[in-house]
Write a protein that binds this ligand. Structure first.
Ligand code: GDP
Ligand code: IMO
Ligand code: MG
Length: 426
């Protein structure tokens, strides 16, 4: 089973970090293939908490961590994260970074901030990390790649070209000071020698590893419904977090991916703006937020909370062709008398069991709930499905039916061991 991809099935923060970590030492390579340090993946190992933004979760086990070509890399963040882990005794020496990955420079963060402010009420609620502007430059063929750091004249030319239009906009439209291209280039070049030994043709490395039958885990960031093509556009991120994104973002063919694991929370959360039919704006939402500790790993923003939406997850199951679902944070639902699950929407008075085709209808979708009996027993020590109370088992089985994909793992707490496995993920 050499190629496995892990993808968020909702709007992010499903617990991908923990689920990736579950595969642990049986994995040879762990690859980030999209996004950048907008991600925040929390892992709890032996009571120690780690929050990773750019490095793959595999950095905490024995696999070779890889930052693929599809990732946008902020070098300040990369080295800060490496130093933070090294100070805690984590070996980061095996890290590989694609020569084709694009860089996030300070001006991308500036553009992220000013464009959000300019959008006003229509803002996306981005993480402010410069992700969108860096991907825009990539597609606009004005991006700076990792390999450019090793050709100073080229780097200076490219930075100057990237800033030409931006400086015009910053000064004339956004009323900001212009950015000096040489200062930007100097700052980037300051990281070149430290980065050099990590830089590799990662597509070649990964394909050769797969040829040898080694296990490569593609670790998704963000999630299906934040995908720029398949998510709730424009309230999305600027990359393709879906399973297919692993092919473009790491440089492997679709036949290399043997298994696609969707990570879904037992309820739903979202950070930033955009439609969210099952969102709870009342005390129930507050209770989910408190019980689930739903505050962003990256920005600390309170996450919007709501009930499990089977239409949202079923859609992700279809487009990603998930072989398995890992259902996380089931323990957070302990203590409710009954638990609503969204099984359909009403849109303009019509019932539908598919996601609306248009964004306008999605905004107007009213959830239709089925109410499942809750449980009050503490489930955090459960390790086998049979350890779970009957109502908890029934909740899992009903979700499985609704999404049409088998649930192979269940999270009952943040710790590495706090999982119930129904089917092996490898
Ligand atoms: P990611 O971005 O998908 O990796 O998820 P985050 O790390 O942003 O958010 C998930 C949060 O839930 C983290 O704080 C995890 O430690 C925590 N977590 C993951 N799985 C479980 C679980 O099964 N139960 C509980 N209670 N917490 C979990
Ligand atoms: P992980 O990997 C949750 C959201 C932002 C915003 C939108 C665009 O931890 O699940 P961006 O900065 O990417 O341009 O912001 O996407 N977003 C996330 N929400 N989890 C994430 O990552 C996210 N990464 C981006 O809140 O709504
Ligand atoms: Mg997160």
């Amino acid at each position: 089973m050499p190629g496995i991809v892990v993808v968020g099935a909702q709007w992010g923060d499903e617990g991908k970090g923990k689920a990736t970590d579950q595969l642990g030492d049986r994995v040879d390579y762990t690859v980030r293939y999209s996004g950048g340090n907008n991600a925040g993946h929390t892992l709890v190992v032996d009571g120690e908490k780690y929050a990773l933004h750019l490095l793959p979760s595999g950095i905490l086990n024995n696999s070779v961590p890889v930052i693929g070509n599809g990732v946008v890399v902020d070098l300040d963040v990369l080295f800060e994260e490496i130093d933070g882990l090294a100070a805690r005794g984590v070996d980061t020496s095996k890290l590989l970074v694609s020569a084709n990955a694009h860089l996030i420079a300070g001006y991308h963060q500036t553009m992220d901030r000013v464009t959000e402010r300019f959008l006003g009420k229509r803002k996306i609620g981005t993480t402010g990390r410069g992700i969108g502007p860096a991907y825009s430059d990539k597609v606009n063929r004005l991006g700076i790649r990792v390999q450019d750091l090793f050709d100073e004249p080229i780097l200076r030319q490219k930075v100057a070209a990237a800033l030409e239009q931006k400086n015009y906009l910053l000064v004339k439209v956004y009323n900001r000071a212009a950015i000096d291209p040489d200062e930007v280039a100097d700052h980037l070049l300051g990281h070149a020698e430290r980065l050099r030994p990590m830089v590799a043709d990662t597509a070649l490395v990964l394909n050769q590893a797969l040829d040898r039958g080694e296990v490569v885990l593609f670790e998704g960031a963000q999630a299906h419904h934040l995908d720029v093509d398949h998510g709730t556009y424009p309230y999305v991120t600027s990359s393709n977090p879906i399973a297919a994104g692993a092919c473009t973002g790491a440089g492997v063919g679709p036949r290399r991916i043997d298994r696609a694991i969707g990570i879904a929370k037992a309820y739903t959360t979202r950070v930033g703006e955009g439609p969210f039919p099952t969102e709870l704006l009342d005390d129930d939402g507050e209770r989910l937020r408190r019980d689930g500790g739903e505050f962003g790993t990256t920005t600390g923003r309170p996450r919007r909370c709501g009930w499990f939406d089977a239409l949202v997850v079923a859609r992700a199951c279809m487009v990603n062709d998930f072989t398995d679902i890992f259902l996380t944070k089931l323990d957070v639902l302990t203590g409710w008398e009954r638990i609503p699950v969204c099984v359909a929407y009403e849109v303009n008075g019509q019932r539908t069991d598919q996601l609306p085709m248009t964004q306008t209808d999605f905004h107007h979708a009213v959830p239709v709930y089925e109410y499942l009996p809750g449980w009050s027993e503490d489930i955090s020590a459960a390790r086998r499905f049979a350890d779970l109370p009957a109502n908890t088992q029934a909740y899992v089985r009903r979700l499985e039916e609704l999404i049409g994909t088998r649930i192979s793992g269940i999270g009952v707490g943040p710790e590495r061991e706090q999982s119930v496995m129904l089917h092996d993920l490898l």
